[in-house]
Design a protein around this ligand. Structure first.
Ligand code: HPA
Length: 273
């Protein structure tokens, strides 16, 4: 067994000793979205720091634990807090929990993030279904020897965000009377927010929203054949006329306000899986 598979299996067996049930869905909560866990009937919580080989989250707004419980009648595992490249973690650390959740048995991965909006008409608080991504400004987590146990050397990326999951979410939102945006998410390393010129450049390249997470997680999920649905909360507007600055506090606040809608959508989606 290779080093990475061994580490994953060590982490998984530690977790299984504490919580032996198999979660059907994995959920990653982005900046300011941690209180979504209130929706989960919690059965067990495990601090990242207790799990062998798990990195530990440092950024404000990320509490750093795996939450096991029931959402929409289904067993789920939620990551309250994720690992970002800008915190200094290596790419393999950023994606480690995704691989662990896959080995725990999840069949679907739901990702959330806070993102800067660039598409015309976006306003703070919008929810954007991620239909596709641009990964070229971050390190691809599959660089290095291919781990056959995970998947193929050259994974297809024609549909990283599954259309059947997007279709379900659109129906759920329509029924609830929510208007959702959709678009392309571009990942950057951060931790700086973009300059005005950079927001414009990213929009010209075809991105509708920009953020510092999600894409590396989606790539390893695709590699392992794990279906992904991802949603951005638009927490600031990159392309704008005013001279206002963007702050992390504003991002957290906007995410918190959009959270109830996101929570409803995810709960309904999980119920339908
Ligand atoms: N840029 C990059 N990452 C972000 C932003 C942004 O404007 N907002 C929230 N995360």
């Amino acid at each position: 067994m290779t080093d990475i598979v061994q580490k994953i299996e060590t982490a998984v067996s530690y977790i299984k000793n504490i919580y032996s049930e198999t979660p059907l869905v994995g959920i990653v909560l982005g900046s300011g979205l941690g209180s979504f866990t209130k929706e989960i009937e919690i059965e067990k919580e495990i601090a990242y720091g207790d799990i062998p080989y798990f990195p530990v989250s440092t950024v404000e707004g990320h509490s750093g634990k795996l939450i096991f419980g029931v959402l929409g009648g289904k067993k789920v595992v939620a990551m309250a807090g994720r690992f970002h490249y800008y915190e200094g973690y290596g790419t393999q650390e950023v994606v480690f929990p995704i691989r662990v959740m896959k080995y725990l048995g999840i069949e679907t991965l739901l990702l959330t993030n806070a993102a800067g909006g660039m598409q015309k008409g976006f306003v703070v608080g919008d929810l954007m279904i991620i239909t596709d991504h641009i990964s070229q400004f971050t390190v691809n987590p599959l660089i290095g020897k291919n781990e056959k146990a995970f998947g193929t050397r050259f994974p297809d990326m024609s549909e990283p965000y599954k259309k059947h999951l997007i279709a379900k979410v659109k129906t759920i939102a329509a029924t609830a009377g929510y208007t959702l945006k959709e678009g392309v998410y571009v990942a950057v390393t951060g931790p700086t927010f973009e300059t005005r010129a950079e927001y414009k450049m990213l929009a010209v390249l075809g991105a509708d929203a920009v953020g510092m997470s999600t894409v590396q997680e989606t790539i390893v999920a695709a590699h392992m054949g794990l279906p992904v649905f991802a949603m951005s909360v638009i927490t600031d507007i990159g392309i704008r006329d005013e001279e206002n600055v963007i702050t992390h506090e504003e991002v957290l606040e906007a995410a918190k306000e959009a959270e109830p809608k996101l929570a409803h959508i995810f709960k309904e989606l999980v119920a339908q899986l």
